[in-house]
Design a protein around this ligand. Structure first.
Ligand SMILES: Cc1cc2nc3c(=O)[nH]c(=O)nc-3n(C[C@H](O)[C@H](O)[C@H](O)COP(=O)(O)OP(=O)(O)OC[C@H]3O[C@@H](n4cnc5c(N)ncnc54)[C@H](O)[C@@H]3O)c2cc1C
Length: 434
């Protein structure tokens, strides 16, 4: 059953579109709406954005910002630059009343009810705090920008402490880093950590004599398993990079619990751990009032090819929170920024078509490629099944990321950072590696 009472609420009443979250899904849904319906916005079409954020964080640069290649602030774009024609409300979405078509938002001035005719659910995912016990207390994740800041501050404090202590075993403990998760984010963050130490050598001479120990724990037998079947050359290159960067890979080990100084695996074994950083996938919550919406086993909202939540013509979704059939292939669309961008774009297009009472179009995006960086000039990239490594792959990734940054002046800032870095970076001869 499709519920579409929204657009026919009252002939002269403006259509109210509410976007939840300010990630890639909402940005690109908004852009599609503006592209198709610009003259109507503010007249008979109102767009409201509800999000807890003031800025959009470009997650693709997380590793580069962690390493210090680009300032964390340059990965952030103020929302007023991205959503100029939307009314913005900052607050925490607490629930949705599907029957009365209202969103409950907790703002500084209390709980507010925001009515909608069409709702775009782009709330994304969260770090896996619920799947890995103790992670919130004893580890770091990188989804939020505050975490990234906290992590960098903590790393510097650790280096300082290692610099100051005379106790060798304490120094070893301080320079021990344990990463959980060997997907794209995991390998990038492991390499970025190495990059961070290279950037810090001059400030912390201890790094000229002591080797930071970085280990990467992975649940599967192979790192980057998604590459293995179709792109083994890229996987081999990635492994070689990690080896060159002296990152110790511990495969076939699933971490279930993090404690002070150790991790507990799914078999109950205890592994000594250093400072823990987790990039071990995502978790999803269920908003109050949406419990009855169809979901998959990972709690992702099941949507049809038009990007509508199954059975709900005025609920649109895409990105990490959604399970949408991948066009031309088996299984759902992957959970990454590219698919959130393309899904959000399509959701916005179809939403505009619904408002215009035009037929909706099925999602058709076949995929484009994937990439991971191991530091300046070292990357892997797959574009339409063609495989690239090294400098070429690095430049391709850079070009794509700049193109997908949500606001051109911020993309220019990041480009400048990279150009400056090229002059600043000399091959690191000082960081002790063995
Ligand atoms: C460290 C890291 C590195 C990554 N690197 C890459 C990469 O290199 N390439 C790539 O393709 N993908 C990468 N990803 C994945 C990519 O970031 C996600 O797939 C993408 O952000 C999903 O987009 P989305 O629109 O679904 O959600 P998001 O972009 O996460 O946006 C969700 C929005 O909803 C808001 N929100 C959530 N809950 C609430 C609430 N209750 N109330 C108010 N607001 C709320 C959030 O604050 C946010 O604004 C990375 C992810 C991480 C964490």
């Amino acid at each position: 059953m499709q519920r579409t009472k929204n657009t026919t609420r009252h002939n002269s009443a403006p259509v109210r579109v509410v976007l939840l979250g300010s990630g890639y899904t909402s940005i690109h849904a908004y852009r599609s709406l503006v592209r198709r319906l610009r003259p109507r916005i503010g007249k008979d079409l109102h767009i409201t954005l509800i999000t807890r954020d003031t800025h959009h964080a470009f997650h693709g640069w997380t590793g580069d910002a962690l390493a210090g290649y680009i300032p964390v602030e340059h990965t952030l774009t103020p929302l007023e630059c991205i959503f100029p024609l939307a009314q913005r409300m900052q607050g925490m979405v607490e629930g949705v009343d599907l029957q009365h078509q209202q969103v409950q938002v907790k703002t500084e001035s209390g709980i507010q009810q925001v009515p909608y005719d069409h709702l775009v659910i782009g709330l994304g995912s969260s770090d896996p705090f619920d799947r890995i016990q103790g992670l919130a207390e004893h580890g770091f994740c990188l989804k939020s920008i505050h975490e990234l800041h906290r992590l960098r501050t903590h790393l510097i404090a650790r280096l300082q402490a290692a610099q100051n202590t005379q106790d060798t075993s304490e120094r070893e403990r301080l320079l021990h880093f344990t990463l959980i998760g060997g997907g794209y984010a995991g390998v990038e963050i492991a390499a970025a950590l190495r990059g961070f130490f290279e950037q810090q050598v001059t400030h912390h001479p201890i790094l000229q004599t002591c080797v930071p120990r970085i280990e990467l724990i992975h649940a599967h037998e192979e790192l980057l398993p998604e590459l293995l079947a179709r792109y083994p050359r890229l996987q081999r290159y990635a492994l070689q990079q990690l080896q060159d960067l002296h990152i110790q890979v511990i495969p076939g080990t699933r971490i279930q619990k993090v404690k002070a100084g150790c991790c507990v695996t799914s078999t109950g074994a205890t592994l000594p751990a250093g400072m823990v950083i987790a990039t071990a996938g995502i978790s999803l919550g269920v908003l109050k009032g949406t419990e009855m919406l169809p979901r998959d086993e990972r709690k992702r909202l099941r949507a049809n090819d038009h990007m509508q939540v199954q059975g709900h013509g005025n609920l649109w979704t895409a990105g990490d929170i959604a399970n949408i059939r991948r066009p031309f292939q088996q299984g759902p669309c992957p959970t990454n920024a590219l698919w959130a961008i393309m899904g959000g774009m399509h959701a916005g297009d179809n939403l505009a078509r619904a408002i215009q009472r035009k037929p909706l179009r099925p999602f058709w995006f076949p995929g484009l490629g994937q990439s991971a960086s191991f530091g300046p000039g070292r990357a892997i990239a797959e574009l339409c099944t063609l495989q690239f490594t090294g400098q070429v792959a690095f430049l391709m990734r850079l070009g794509f990321f700049l193109m997908f940054m949500p606001h051109l002046p911020y993309a220019c800032l990041v480009l400048k950072d990279w150009l400056r870095l090229r002059q600043r970076l000399k091959p690191s001869t000082t960081l002790k590696t063995a």
